[in-house]
Design a protein around this ligand. Structure first.
Ligand code: G3H
Ligand code: 13P
Ligand code: ZN
Length: 311
């Protein structure tokens, strides 16, 4: 099966009350772990590539690895640019075979966000590529940009219709209290999401796919595995899985997960070296790391996203 856009996936997810997992990919083991899990669960997939991932692994290497995954799995897979910050970057990914791009103008004024997003949409749609825009500002770390909690801003539901109509975007990322990275809530803090904002946005945009960024749960098992084996991560709290499940049953059709993959991979590698300090063949520690990714993704597909069996 060739690469697909997220259009059909989102329509089915919206109607079916589940969400598609958008997992960040940076190397072969991560791509293999995610796609093997999706194959076993017969789940549609979005593999997303950040500017940093593209710089690290190279566009062509990532595309060829994803092409290999398509051949191995025969699943509907969409390749998406995560947090595109310029027209040029989006254009380069579209020209290079991505089927979906995000243009993140959330740090711009409303008018400048519309202008930039519209420019990307016009170019993308002409090539059959879909576009995700963002309104509102998440806290946390993306690439080199660190947004403090004070600078974060919830999405204003009063703005969403105008934004979608004037830009022509295919999906919209909104800020309802999720944040990027492994430190979303402080120890003792009760995680909260603004489901009232999500409801208002859905009322204004019936049938329209909403995206949640910063949706890792910071699974304690992996944080403990890191710290039990020489790591020094401070206490971390992520987005509770039941909240993500609830969002997926509403209008949220795409849930972004990166930090949980990083924690699973790092936890597994640290544990491996603690148990086998003499090992130096990368296959010895990357094989269990790939399995850890696979186990985590299966759990997300079945217990959080609900998209198993939907390919
Ligand atoms: O939201 C950001 C993603 O987690 C990607 O992170 O820019 O460090 O690759 P990155
Ligand atoms: P997490 O850091 O919560 O995994 O969020 C990832 C993300 O939103 C990628 O765009
Ligand atoms: Zn994000």
């Amino acid at each position: 099966m060739p690469l697909v856009t997220s259009k059909e996936m989102f329509k089915k997810a919206y109607d079916g009350g589940y969400a598609i997992g958008a997992f960040n990919v940076n190397n072969m083991e991560i791509i293999q772990g995610i796609t093997e899990a999706a194959k076993e669960e017969n789940a549609p997939l979005i593999l997303q590539v950040s500017a940093g991932a593209r710089k690290y692994a190279n566009h062509t290497y990532l595309m060829k690895l994803i092409e290999a995954a398509l051949i191995e799995t025969d699943l509907p897979i969409c390749v998406h640019l995560d947090h595109g910050d310029s027209f040029e970057l989006c254009k380069s990914c579209i020209d290079g075979g991505f089927t979906s791009v995000m243009i993140d103008g959330s740090h711009l004024s409303f008018e400048d966000n519309i202008k930039l997003t519209k420019q990307v949409v016009e170019y993308a749609h002409d090539k059959g590529v879909v576009v995700e825009g963002e309104l509102g500002r998440l806290a946390g770390i993306e690439d080199a940009v660190n947004v403090s909690a004070e600078d974060a801003a919830y999405t204003n539901p009063a703005e969403v219709i105008e934004f979608v109509e004037r830009t022509g975007v295919d999906s919209l990322a909104i800020a309802i209290g999720t944040s990027h990275g492994a430190y979303k809530f402080k120890p003792g803090q009760k995680p909260q999401l603004r489901f009232d904002i999500l409801e208002k946005v859905s009322e204004k945009l019936p049938g329209f796919p909403i995206v949640l960024h910063g949706a890792s749960s910071v699974i304690p098992e992996f944080v403990e595995m890191i710290n039990a084996n020489g790591g020094q991560m401070p206490d971390a709290i992520g987005i509770p899985e039941d909240m993500l499940r609830k969002a997926a049953s509403m209008s949220v059709c795409k849930i972004n997960i990166d930090s949980d993959l990083r924690l699973a991979l790092t936890g597994s590698i640290r544990k491996h070296f603690a148990e086998h300090p003499d090992h130096f063949d990368p296959r010895q520690y990357l094989k269990p790391a790939r399995e850890a990714i696979k186990g985590l993704v299966k759990h997300k597909l079945v217990n959080v996203l609900g998209c198993n069996g939907k390919a």
